[in-house]
Design a protein. Sequence first.
Length: 278
Amino acid sequence: MRAALVQLCSGDDPDANLPVTERLIREAVAGGAMLVATPEVSNIVSSSRARQNAVLRLEADDPTLARLRAVAAELGIWLVIGSLALKTGDADGRFANRSFLIGPDGAIIARYDKIHMFDVELAGGETYRESAGFRPGAQAVVADGPARIGLSVCYDMRFAQLYRDLAQAGAEILTVPAAFTVPTGQAHWHTLLRARAIETGCFVLAPAQTGTHPATEGKPRRTYGHSLAVAPWGEVLADAGEDVGVTLVDLDLAAVARARAMVPSLGHDRPYAAPERS
């Protein structure tokens, strides 16, 4: 099965981002992809809550989701929209960071709201409080597509148990769309994604945002890029580098069973008592 990772440099105008995303999806399909994946927050990268409030929409009204569903149906492909920032109607005004699996008829097969929120202070003064603007999800999701697909988003990748749960629920492909910071990307991106593949015996597809993201309000953000495809034995199959574009990769799904047969650790869980906390 040929898959494609779409690498974007989305700004804070969803109307400007959408044509770029659509063009790259079409390019991926022209290259033979039947499964295409886009990055986290494909519709908007913004550090301004005011800007997000002004331009984001509810899922039912979101033009990016509507258009990409139509494109998937037109092209007859499976599409993982890595995530969209969406209004929720919640009283506290927080948004959803929501991933979608879209079927070849344009139907929404599955939704996943990012569970783990990126609330960190990095060296150099970078501070992120994702939970201030986004509500966390509470449900892990595995869905049937061209394979069993386990959905996740970005910071989730630091929580290994989530991926073990997805694999034990039958996932063969794990999607990890991201907008990773440059410092953490340089330090941890490749290592974490390879570890998640090795631990689970799954393919990992991690389409990413890249570069300096244009902003009409707030501070511009920089992201790491390097969209990555990793095989179940841990080999890096493709690395997109730092440029916007499409990366194609061929997946042999039989490799999932081979890797798990060699190290059948998914079936070796044992109960244990947790250590006492000091």
